[in-house]
Design a protein around this ligand. Structure first.
Ligand SMILES: Nc1ncnc2c1ncn2[C@@H]1O[C@H](COP(=O)(O)OP(=O)(O)OP(=O)(O)O)[C@@H](O)[C@H]1O
Ligand SMILES: Cc1ncc(COP(=O)(O)O)c(N)n1
Length: 265
């Protein structure tokens, strides 16, 4: 059976990040994609110009309308913009309890623009994080959630992932994409697992939406795979290929998007 996978996130008109990236990643992994939009973002490869936040009541309306009709097999949560939106999403998660919830705790875009109000980090950590199955922070997000300095190498990743798990997420994928070096190293922690996942670091400026793509691929694959480790490993391999395939694209003048390919390619 094809899984029905939902993204709750903001938009990117240039198609590299947010809901647009998520839907491409869902399709590439054989899932049926659906979306609830939290914010319209005027952004492209060069940065964010403006954010138009959707009122929380309308996010609830979108979610309830959808969940009353459609079985949802997994959920990816991305940009949430503010604390009221976080609370609206938490309420719906409590009410419908969908399986396999993946949270990419989006805070700041690659361009440096904020996508989550700074005062909403507490609500994300205390109210949403304990309700999700997997959280996928990058190193700055992990530091912000824990109120700690940002890691500068992989050595501190296991201890930091353990502290993040202590905040309540069942599994933690701590992403080391912001480090330098020959390889790009992430760590999956939780459920008795502490496993480094290593890929070749692709030399490219087309790295807009890598985190969105990874978390969306995981959400699409999880209902089709026996465990998180298998889904995460396969998603990271897909992302590395999508980074390589980005050289076929000519999109914008800044951080270009990765290219979502289908397996029949
Ligand atoms: N140049 C690269 N080559 C290979 N993998 C990379 C590269 N850059 C990032 N990654 C991988 O991409 C994923 C996302 O990592 P990153 O730490 O960049 O997250 P992120 O900052 O949330 O992404 P974004 O905010 O751009 O969506 C991780 O699996 C990371 O290892
Ligand atoms: C709607 C939305 N969600 C997430 C990101 C993060 O992606 P990146 O860090 O690559 O800019 C983004 N730019 N826009």
């Amino acid at each position: 059976m094809v899984p029905n996978v939902l993204t709750i996130a903001g938009t990117d008109p240039s198609g590299g990040a947010g809901v647009q990236a998520d839907l491409k990643a869902f399709s590439a992994h054989g899932a049926y994609g659906m979306s609830v939009i939290t914010a319209l973002v005027a952004q492209t490869t060069t940065g964010v110009a403006e954010v138009h936040e959707v009122p929380p009541e309308f996010i609830t309306a979108q979610l309830v309308t959808l969940l009353d009709d459609v079985r949802v097999d997994s959920v990816k949560i991305g940009m949430l913009a503010n604390a009221e939106v976080i609370r609206a999403v938490v309420e719906v998660l409590d009410r419908y309890a969908p399986p396999h919830v993946v949270l990419d705790p989006v805070m700041v875009a690659k361009s440096g623009d904020r996508l989550l109000a700074p005062e909403a980090v507490g609500a994300l950590r205390d109210e949403l994080l304990p309700r999700v199955d997997l959280i996928t922070p990058n190193l700055p997000e992990a530091a912000d959630l824990l109120g700690e300095p940002e890691l500068a190498d992989v050595d501190g990743m296991p201890a930091q992932a353990e502290r993040l798990a202590g905040l309540g997420a069942k599994q933690v994928l701590l992403k080391g994409g912001h480090l330098s070096g020959e390889s790009s190293v992430d760590l999956l922690y939780g459920d008795g697992i502490a496993e480094f996942l290593t890929s070749e670091r692709v030399v490219t400026t087309n790295d807009h939406g890598t985190g969105c793509t990874l978390s969306a691929a995981i959400a699409a694959l999880r209902p089709q795979r026996p465990d998180w480790l298998t889904a995460v490993r396969e998603s990271k391999d897909y992302l590395t290929e999508a980074l390589r395939a980005s050289e076929r694209l000519d999109v914008g003048h800044g951080h270009g998007p990765v290219h979502h390919f289908h397996h029949w390619w």
